[in-house]
Design a protein around this ligand. Structure first.
Ligand SMILES: [Mg+2]
Length: 310
């Protein structure tokens, strides 16, 4: 431990229920472990990025206390520095924290901070800003846009039910043109995902082979023009066999370009992202993340049938 403080960046609008107690316990555990703590509570979008950038020079580590949106903001502020970030799972969805197997229990979280391993990880870049987990174009972006438009405060998984239901029936699958490392890989109706990690909501592993330190992004395009097709894709994705299907593209490029027949906002780390056309690339080893010393191999994206002929 150095004599520099640990900064705790809190998004008070993240998650729901029980987070206040989790936060109080985290403060207690950090004090018990002898950390000098500086807290910052965000008010507006962009606060976490600005603040993380400001304090990067004097921080031993930065803890992001919120969901994936908060991690995204803090990571944008720490991009290119060697200040380690710990993603505390305190939001509705905590894809990065789950992928890294970071515990939510405050005592265990402080143990990870004290004894964890600092890993240089990739970030994805999309139209000039970074993302840590996943970008979606098409169906899921439409759901996120609807949830965001109707959001009045905290959101829970239940907040997604009606937007998913309505999008399912009303969605018009856009025509996408996708190039990967300069090659045309898809043109047609469907939905696309670009992942730095394997996880997505409700446990789906859309970018199932993605690793956050391999200098590549995982691109998945599902060819789809109707609701029944979407259900079939979802089924194959639950079985984690979707890359083997003829109407699914699975590639691991460094650069991806996506155009749509009309401008569409995409989904970035669970929030509303920029409008298409999209220029997506990987920024190799641009952020330091604190991860537990040992992680269970069963949740790593390794599958016995990867690359095996079937
Ligand atoms: Mg990767």
């Amino acid at each position: 431990m150095t004599d520099k403080p640990v900064y705790l960046i809190i998004n008070p609008r993240s998650g729901y229920g029980g987070r206040k107690r989790q936060l109080a316990n985290l403060r207690g555990e950090l004090a018990k472990a002898g950390y000098d703590l500086v807290e910052y509570v965000t008010k507006y979008a962009g606060d976490a990025t600005r603040y993380a950038r400001e304090i990067a020079g004097q921080a031993e580590a930065v803890i992001s206390f919120g969901g994936d949106g908060t991690v995204n903001e803090v990571a944008n502020g720490l991009l290119g520095t060697d200040v380690p970030m710990l993603a505390a799972p305190a939001g509705t969805e905590n894809l990065l924290a789950k992928e890294l197997q970071i515990p939510s229990n405050p005592a265990d979280l402080v143990k990870v901070l004290a004894t964890g391993q600092a890993m240089r990880c990739d970030m994805g870049m999309i139209n000039g800003r970074s993302f840590h987990s996943i970008v979606g174009v098409g169906f899921d972006a439409e759901v996120v846009r609807r949830v965001s438009a109707g959001r009045t405060g905290h959101i829970s998984h239940l907040s997604y039910f009606w937007p998913i239901w309505r999008t399912f029936w009303e969605h018009n699958f856009p025509t996408l043109r996708v190039t990967a490392d300069g090659r045309d890989v898809f043109q047609g109706r469907g939905l696309a995902f670009v992942g730095n990690i394997s996880r997505y909501s409700i446990g789906l592993r859309i970018c199932r082979d993605a690793r956050f330190d391999d200098g590549l992004l995982d691109l998945v395009v599902f060819e789809c023009d109707r609701q029944t097709g979407l259900i079939l894709h979802a089924g194959w994705t639950m079985l984690r066999r979707h890359p083997l299907k003829g109407n699914c593209i699975y590639e691991e490029p460094e650069r991806i370009h996506i155009e749509t027949d009309q401008p569409l906002t995409c989904q970035v780390d669970g929030d509303v992202g920029p409008e298409s056309p999209l220029e997506i690339s990987v920024a190799e080893h641009r952020i330091t993340l604190i991860v537990p010393q040992s992680r269970s191999r069963w949740t790593l994206p390794m599958w016995p049938w990867k690359g095996a002929p079937l």
